[in-house]
Design a protein around this ligand. Sequence first.
Ligand SMILES: [Zn+2]
Length: 390
Amino acid sequence: MRRCRSYRYRLSPTVRQQAALVGLLALQCELYNAALEERRGAWRWERRSVSYVEQCRTLTSLRAVRPEVLACGVTVCRGTLRRLDWAFAAFFRRCREGERPGYPRFRPRSRWDSLQWEDRNGWCLDETTSRVRLMGVGAIKVRLHRPIRGTPKAITVRREGRHWWVTIRCVDVPAEPLPATGRQVGIDLGVTVLVATSDGNLIVNDRHTRRGADRLARAQQDLATKQHGSQYRARARERIVAAHRAIRNRRTDTLHKLSRRLVNEYDLIVHEHLTIPNLVRRPKPKPDGVGGYAPNRAAAKTGLNRSIHDAGWGQLLAMITYKAESAGRAVIAVEPHNTSRTCAHCGHVSAGNRRGAVFKCQACGHGTHADTNAAINILRAGRAQQHVAA
Ligand SMILES: [Zn+2]
């Protein structure tokens, strides 16, 4: 099995290297827009679709007209064409599935922040000197804060505000099995309590968005006072992006630590099967028959949506899954069926058992935190599923 893993490191380019990277970003952005124009034109005038492979072939002819585009190698150009190909693939998928299609757009330079090398040409990583050498840019210092495992296969270089990052994708990453602990856990995911475990732990979601919200709100108010097109406005916008980034980083960090803890402590982790796309979908507008719209509880749903995104359930489960896979732990997803209404003590099912955060069984009087009760039911369902499979 070819286990893949990505490692992200901070880059410290010199002033000259930064200028080279910015120049490369501008050229790749131009290439993306030109390639998009080609696809649009071919379809509009000849009803012909242009493939990724065809576009790669035309790259070589650029050597005569625009040699500077190929100065950093053909691999990074292919990476850009690949991104366009993904954009079209996603567009066609949305068309097929009847979603709002959203045709791929031309990208302004200000919104083009990443470069990708899809194979092993045009770059190399030297771990002994901690440098990433990029063709046409130079050897950039990289902070390898943790060792790379496996074989580096492809990289992405990204600009985030004033910082630069490299993501190194590796294949054949060796497993890191952990010794068995003999413990099993069911987890219930929620909004106020992010994770409740079947052994009674409640991990509270500290709502990173709320905490970072003040900084964000201040930055947004600040932007409104700035004149359009001014340098001050550009800087104010940068501050907003930085506030968003800080929120995201803090959340990712929490989820990494939490998933690591669960994988280290338990041999089996059972969770509810999530259908997040359904949960976060926008409510349908309700026409009121006189040209307007009746309330459809969109605002309430937006609040819930934000909490779901904030809690990052999907992200957490993905982290648990890949860490468990590497550590040789089992993860089971069970259907969420009456897990919050069933008494974990006697099995009595009733909607009246639960009142907010408190669970009080109407049959046997068993009382506990509602999320802990659900987590116990989830663990039980997971064990049953395991026995059926065995
Ligand atoms: Zn009961």
